[in-house]
Design a binder for this molecule. Structure first.
Ligand code: ZN
Ligand code: ZN
Length: 196
């Protein structure tokens, strides 16, 4: 009887020791886990400290309160969501709208089929589609009609500066010829447009 009670006492002592050690280890683990978890969810230092202290003080009930109150998304999730939203926005912005009627138009359309607003123009040399404000064809480097004269006069100015009057006169003659060419090409282009 005496021996039995001593054994039971010892057993209880050992079990209590194990239990206490287990609960202490669990407490430490939960505090560390909470700190890591809240660090993944917010950069706010105050919230991080408060959450960790809450779990440290209240232990298991504290974990319950923390799980209820913690921010639903981690910073990683938030980042992914921002990326997705940006991609979505970019996709929406990529859809071209007609400046005249705001309907959707395709990239390779010259004209809005709904309101006949001119959307693109053709290069008179290689026939590639060009944006309306472009003055030079990006495909064949041909200046837009009407821009050539301006360019020639700039060339003339440069030649005047570089080489004297005689060559400048020649350049002027060339310039006039090309201006005449331009005019004829413009007429042709206009004729073409009329047919359309
Ligand atoms: Zn339109
Ligand atoms: Zn071209």
């Amino acid at each position: 009887m005496n021996l039995d009670s001593t054994f039971l006492n010892n057993l209880a002592l050992v079990l209590t020791g194990f239990g206490a050690a287990f609960f202490f280890a669990l407490w430490v683990s939960l505090v560390i886990w909470t700190y890591r978890d809240i660090s993944n969810r917010t950069r706010d230092k105050l919230v991080q400290i408060l959450s960790t202290v809450l779990v440290g003080l209240l232990y298991l009930p504290g974990i319950l309160v923390y799980l209820v109150l913690r921010p639903p998304r981690t910073l990683e999730d938030e980042y992914q969501r921002t990326l997705e939203e940006e991609a979505l926005l970019a996709a929406i912005e990529d859809q071209l709208l007609c400046p005249g009627c705001e309907r959707r138009v395709k990239d390779d359309w010259m004209l809005c089929p709904s309101c006949q607003t001119k959307l693109k123009k053709n290069c008179h040399n290689c026939n590639a589609l060009m944006e309306l404000p472009w003055n030079i064809c990006p495909h064949c480097a041909t200046p837009e009609l009407g821009m050539r004269k301006e360019n020639m006069s700039m060339d003339d100015v440069m030649r005047n500066l570089d080489t004297g009057e005689e060559e400048a006169k020649e350049a002027n003659v060339t310039g006039e010829t090309s201006a005449a060419n331009d005019a004829s090409v413009t007429r042709e282009a206009n004729g073409g447009n009329d047919e359309i």
